[in-house]
Design a binder for this molecule. Sequence first.
Ligand code: TRP
Ligand code: ZN
Length: 502
Amino acid sequence: MHRLPSFPSPITTPTGARGRTISALICAVAVGTATACTPSQGAVAPASADAGTSRATPGAGGTANTAGTTGAPGIGDPDFPSDGNGGYDVQHYGLRLSYDPSTRKLAGSATIRAKAVQDLTSFDLDLHGLTVSRVTVDGAAASFSRSRDELVIEPARRVSDGDAFEVTVDYSGVPEPMRDSANLGRYGFISTPDGAFVTCEPNGAKTWFPSNDHPSDKATYDFQITVPEGLTAIANGEMDGTPQTKAGKTTFVWREKHPMASYLATMTTGKFQVRTGTSGKGLPIYAAVADSFRGSLDKLFAETGKITDYWSSVFGPYPFSSTGGVIDDYAAGYALENQTKPIYGGFSPEPAIIAHELAHQWFGDSVSIARWRDLWLNEGFATYAEWLWAEHTGRYTAESAFQRYYANAADPMWAYPPGTARADDLFSAAVYNRGAMTLHALRREIGDQKFFPLIRAWTDAHRYGNVTTREFIALAERVSGKNLKELFDAWLFQPKRPAPVT
Ligand code: TRP
Ligand code: ZN
């Protein structure tokens, strides 16, 4: 027996995002805009985001000045034109940070190793607020200026195309979270009474470190975070050594050695109860909960290990070196799939939510989008994972979830084609639920014998890379041997409910 799922699914999106209805006015605009609805437009990436299978070409699109020597102020995402930057490709962020909750002051020194993809007499980093005191490029003082959320850097010597270079930025101030962009409320670095809750999707990394703040430029990270003694600082990857305490301050060192999108980075700090260990399959687990969630620590630890292990049998090998989860007491009401450690904002997550955030480790974190309009490749997959988890645990089938959504002809998601996520309504319920339905329609069409190998081929072919929707459609056609253009067109790109799946 399968119980029907309780809809809408529990909170994993910023408050209201999942349940919000799209206004008639916005729908009319979407329907009336031919480019938003045709499959060719929707599925074809701009040159900047579709070049190669592993990553976008930074700076090649939009506002890039590829002929000159000025790095573009945006990486070329058509819907977020000033996000990220052009002209270089970051390899590594070394972040030295110190945070004092009593003054809410952050002091940072970011060392960024990058490679130029054009000659550069100047280039940008993204940084929101904060005061920059010094910038060096390859050790030499550089001049810099601020313009909105761009830190414009002029190195003393021109950087040549192809050169590796190193930028150090010293900065400090009281971080200000982002507000209202993409209908999200507050996100980024959010101070709390005892620390900070740091969840940055889509472009809030710049609220706490200078970055190429776009998922198409992934990099490895080291974090050295100093907080008042008694607090815990949590970042991505694994802890290096034991925290060192000196003069009332404790320094935590974390390293993420796999490529990571900037929005997945965190430095969540506060009073935490921590449990570490390994999953059944031997993967290290780091679980932490704010004191008020003390009673949820063991459950978070156990479910995280169990679900990570299960997904590795469904989606392919776990892509990172540890798994985990953090429950902070900041009542965000949503969770974010921070790499290696999803963060749950003020609630004890039920298994379906843990299953969603851990599925993102494959879909979003390891296999990352190159432009935000392809967000269904993250959220549709993670939502479908909730259905697969329900199916695995016998609560309900993916088919029953699909049918229940399909039955509601008045659902506003039919007016919102999820293959083109909209900048002003990025985390729409359509991207989540109609995105998940797209995968179920595909599974019905090609059968489990092709569907699950396709999913594993997808995570394998694009591990640690960047993708577009067009690449998923191509792989689905290759693995299944079927022409699937009509199916994907109807489910992803048409502003109306597709014909029933037979
Ligand atoms: N990706 C998150 C999820 O589906 C939701 C989310 C979007 C979010 N933007 C965010 C969470 C910003 C925290 C902060 O699980
Ligand atoms: Zn999600």
